[in-house]
Write a protein that binds this ligand. Structure first.
Ligand SMILES: NCc1[nH]cc(CCC(=O)O)c1CC(=O)O
Length: 317
């Protein structure tokens, strides 16, 4: 069995927290295992002033890490699952999906607190098309402003760019110790999360049976079933990257429940639906819900999005 393992990660504070967390869990579980962490700069880290939708979509936060793994420079990659494309490069596999942290988004508005208390036309920062559309769906009067950068940068911009509120994932805020800043958790009936939000994905070479065995204890079945359904849903709708889609799966009393929303960019059109079934059928359930929503109005909403490619300017998640 291996006694040394190299984890590759982006260098952002959140990515490092996540890699260190996994390193810590591994060392605790396998005494004697030596884990080192290697920082890798990704395209998404290099290009900070361009909206993600314009960099060219898939895998901007994962590609360089995956190449390092295929070259054998690292053994394991720790990613936020929501930043991973739904299809992996040949030769790589998801070795484990960790138990999900809070999957929802949070509003931070020191001045007003909650979404319904924001004044007419208030400025809310987010670069995610999904968050933008859902915010506008319940508050069409809001002014949604672009907000990129890592979690700390976005918190700073709340003040420096005189925003009335920003929206971030609860999971990231919690990991970095900023959850005391949250003034409202956005419930799923207001804002469905991104595919995989809150879960960590451990990626390795498909043929590396040693690493697969070492990380197996970190795998969480219920989270895996939930995110498998979510990823299958997104994948069926064309692996859609720059689309305002929210989706939330969870296992409740042994049953998988999957909620999804497809929205127009301005949030005026919002199609919501739900499917339930056996966790073992996760992939099938995601695909079925996507197919059903496609023929019950989703097709028209998606056609509207692709007809206006320049209307975007954010990332999907
Ligand atoms: N897109 C960046 C990103 N990737 C993962 C998280 C949060 C942590 C998670 O979802 O696990 C964030 C920050 C955010 O969206 O607020």
């Amino acid at each position: 069995m291996k006694n040394k393992l190299v984890i590759g990660t982006r260098g952002s504070k959140l990515a490092l927290w996540q890699a260190n967390y996994i390193a810590h869990r591994l060392c605790q579980y396998h005494p004697g295992l030596e884990v080192t962490i290697k920082h890798i700069v990704t395209t998404g880290d290099k290009i900070l002033d361009v909206p993600l939708a314009k960099i060219g979509g898939k895998g901007v936060f994962t590609k360089e890490i995956e190449l390092a793994m295929l070259r054998g420079e690292i053994d394991l990659a720790v990613h936020s699952l929501k930043d991973m494309p739904t299809e992996l490069p040949p030769g790589l596999t998801l070795a484990a999906i960790t138990e999900r942290e809070e999957p929802f988004d949070a509003l931070i508005s020191p001045k007003y607190g909650t979404l319904d208390k924001l004044p007419h036309g208030a400025k809310v920062g987010t670069s995610s098309l999904r968050r933008r559309a859902q915010l506008l769906n319940c508050r069409p009067d809001l002014t949604v402003c672009d907000l990129r950068g890592n979690v700390d940068t976005r918190l700073r911009k709340l003040e420096t760019e005189e925003l009335d509120a920003i929206v971030l994932a609860q999971a990231g805020l919690k990991r970095l110790g900023w959850d005391d800043r949250i003034t409202q958790q956005l419930p799923p009936d207001i804002c469905l999360p991104a595919v995989g939000q809150g879960a960590l994905a451990l990626e390795t070479r498909s043929d590396d049976s040693e690493v697969l065995a070492l990380v197996a204890f970190l795998h969480d079945e219920d989270t895996a079933a939930a995110v498998t359904a979510e990823r299958s849903f997104l994948n069926e709708l064309e692996g859609g990257c720059q689309v305002p889609i929210g989706v939330y799966g969870r296992v409740e009393n042994g049953e998988l429940v999957l909620d999804a929303a497809i929205l127009s960019l301005d949030g005026a059109a919002a199609l919501k639906d739900r499917i339930c079934g056996a966790p073992a059928a996760a992939e099938d359930l995601g695909r079925k819900l996507a197919q059903h929503m496609y023929v019950t109005g989703g097709r028209e909403i998606l056609a509207g999005l692709f007809a206006r490619p320049s209307a975007g300017g954010g990332n999907n998640r």
